[in-house]
Design a protein around this ligand. Sequence first.
Ligand code: NAD
Length: 331
Amino acid sequence: MVAVHSTARGPALGGCRMWTYDDSRSAVRDVLRLSRAMTFKAAVAGLPLGGGKGVIMLRPELQMDASRREDVLLDFADTVASLEGRYLTAEDVGTSDADMAVIARGTDHVTGLAEASGGSGDPSPWTALGVEAGLRVACERVWGTTSLEGRRIAVIGLGRVGGHLARLLAEGGAELLVADIDQGKRALADELGAAWTDPDTALRAEVDVLAPCALGGVLDDRTVPELRCRAIAGAANNQLATEGIADLLSSRGILWAPDFVANAGGIINIAVELEPEGYDRARAEPAVRAIADTMRQIFDDAATIGATPLTAAMELSRRRVAEATAASKPG
Ligand code: NAD
């Protein structure tokens, strides 16, 4: 399945998720929900991209050997090709850069290939760089400085993004508390001189900043009343169990950096690949660091209109999509 939610600002970009669903209705719901989220994410980052998403629905009873996987990916490539560039695919949960190379045999509309193949490579370090930029702005709002020296930060999830982020924060002088369900990540904690704990303890720890970098939905009616941090900025998608949690965080005086703003570094890096000059790390870096400016604007807007950062970020996205839609209408 491919969902194209909006092409108002440019081609609809969104990863291809390969996942097992209970039924096709759940898969359709997911692809629609995720494509809409991509529209907001690209627009708030100011990218000339719309929102889309791909889903390859697996069935639990079907064995997925290498040859069947290749067939499935080539079928997906045909679907992408049929949209003639209105949808651009990328890696997502359940797909890898090797899968993108297979899809590229059937369509040109693939992003995130290895740098050696003219692509923008692994997005994770860029995502981490953007989260760090957003996190520093959250610190600036709460303590008046972007410096991380001595700042106590809990990072939950030391995966591809969280691992990079923890390293950047340690280099910036932060005092780290880290957690992962994978005990193998403890070696990284030791290397960075970070304290190690379990994810539940890290979530409720008395720290300055919490950086959720594992799964979504960690902030809910049960966990938010128990938080002891002043700010939250992390890579995990869909951190809020429901949108109303943004109000709960505000009422507790906790500043939340909207996840889809903070974690846009990967997609910003991909957008550089689509520029006429082709991919160049030197252009990607300032573009990703500009997440700091977007975050400042959102916190400013939120203060001006007396709303949460979530509302301000959604408003900024909507405004940008509406402007592009109006500009594309004749007359
Ligand atoms: P990853 O799979 O490499 O890392 C996730 C890490 O979290 C793993 O080390 C895993 O063991 C750990 N983990 C899983 N469940 C946990 C739990 N309950 N408590 C603590 N740790 C747990 O994934 P990633 O690419 O680093 O992505 C992390 C998050 O960031 C995801 O929500 C992803 O959607 C989001 N994100 C990633 C990118 C990117 O560029 N990779 C971009 C945008 C958003």
